[in-house]
Design a protein around this ligand. Structure first.
Ligand code: F3S
Length: 412
């Protein structure tokens, strides 16, 4: 891979060992993917910020980077992590575990990362423009960035996004290049999409079928909102490995199906109807009507204003069942603004808990002893039984989830 004189010097260690290791990571990746050169990026989004993912090794590596004098050269924002950032004691996270999580985030702070702790960085100021090159590692966010914003990023790992943020560049390959962004599979949507849970189910259904190919959606309603698109991207990225989709008329570089296909024919056409969508709800649920739930999780990906407003409307004047915890995940900036308008108070008066900076699905739920989680996110069901260690998950609409939080049982 061609390197400029300055890049060569960094690789030889003239800027310090931390930058040198970061450049080695980028050059190795570039060589593997036969990249011609590095390209400047405008931002990085780092995953594996959760202590449950990074562990002590991750903290030691970050602290070593700090000691070498390395720092982020471009705007670098962070994924959510393993505790409620400010109220962890009140919520009941164990002391030792929480302090190690905070040691991890402190090392990122010293490197100059902005502590957004959200998987929706575009809601809180890391909002690239059409055509910008970025290096993002959160699969739901990077898929949204390629699909909805038209920025360009590969499916970065935690380590490659970290290295890219420190150097301010990434190897030019994959989704940074026009030829790899063409749509390959036509997806006809022939079902009514009621709310974001349906988009999450649609993403799951299509991701399973297309794996890493770029789908082109036909039949997405024109009034779809950004969070619905975000949950579609999250589903696509978790059941498959979709880093980008085209939605003609919404994806900036794809005004029409022909442009999305880049002058080629689709490799295949698939149809998602009512039955396909129903199957996802059934497949992602290991229990059904009448089952007791002890955790109801909303906000995967992190909720924005509209979703918190809807939650407050559904909870107004109601009470969450005494044996259930209703956790709604979002970021601190969104939560603060929602507090001012009064929606947060309504949710809390009903017994719901706003979980800022937190990602339950990648964090073990063991301290709380939850067994059955109801959620409106197909992505959360995927991690629920594995990473969270739950026994059962139930996937349904937002209204069904909130009803379960109130009654303590699914479907009652
Ligand atoms: Fe966000 Fe965690 Fe879900 S990073 S998309 S809340 S799995």
């Amino acid at each position: 891979m061609y390197l400029t004189k300055e890049e060569e010097e960094i690789l030889e260690g003239e800027a310090g060992e931390g930058f040198q290791r970061s450049m080695e990571i980028l050059v190795t990746l570039g060589d593997i993917y036969k990249s011609e050169r590095l390209v400047d990026i405008t931002s990085a989004q780092i995953s594996s910020v959760a202590y449950t993912n990074s562990g002590e090794t991750g903290i030691r590596f970050l602290e070593w980077l700090v000691n070498t004098g390395a720092y982020f050269k471009v705007l670098t924002t962070l994924n959510p992590h393993s505790i409620e950032h400010d109220r962890w004691k009140e919520v009941g996270f164990p002391n030792d575990f929480s302090l190690r999580q905070l040691a991890n985030t402190e090392a990122y702070r010293k490197l100059g990362a902005v502590g957004t702790f959200t998987c929706t960085p575009f809601q809180v100021g890391n909002n690239p423009r059409f055509g910008e090159h970025i290096a993002w590692a959160e699969s739901s966010a990077l898929s949204y960035a390629n699909t909805v914003i038209g920025a360009r990023t590969n499916r970065e790992s935690a380590l490659s996004a970290l290295a890219a943020g420190l150097i301010g560049k990434t190897p030019l390959y994959g989704f940074h290049l026009d030829e790899n962004r063409k749509g390959r599979v036509l997806v006809k949507v022939e079902t009514r999409l009621r709310e974001h849970a349906d988009y999450s189910a649609l993403g799951w259904a299509v991701g399973e079928k297309v794996m890493s190919k770029v789908p082109i959606f036909i039949g997405i309603p024109k009034n779809v909102d950004n969070y619905e698109l975000n949950t579609l991207c999250a589903g696509l990225a978790v059941s498959g490995a979709v880093a980008m989709a085209h939605i003609p008329g919404i994806t900036p570089e794809a005004p029409t199906i022909d442009v999305a296909l880049g002058g080629e024919k689709p490799e295949e056409t698939i149809t998602i109807d009512d039955e396909e969508l129903k199957l996802v709800y059934e497949d992602r649920s290991t229990k059904g009507i009448g089952s007791k739930v002890d955790l109801v999780l909303l906000g995967c990906p992190h909720y924005g204003y509209k979703q918190l407003k809807k939650a407050s409307e559904l909870l107004k004047g109601k009470k969450v069942h005494k044996d259930v915890r209703l956790w709604i995940a979002t970021s601190t900036p969104i939560s603060s603004a929602v507090k001012r308008v009064g929606w947060l108070d309504i949710i809390e008066e009903a017994g719901g808990e706003i979980m800022c900076s937190y990602c339950a699905p990648v964090s073990r739920a063991a301290p709380f002893g939850f067994k059955t989680m109801a959620t409106n996110s197909s992505k959360a069901t995927f991690y629920g039984v594995g990473a969270m260690g739950l026994k059962d998950t139930i996937f349904g609409t937002t209204e069904e989830c909130i009803n379960a939080a109130i009654s303590g049982k699914w479907g009652e």
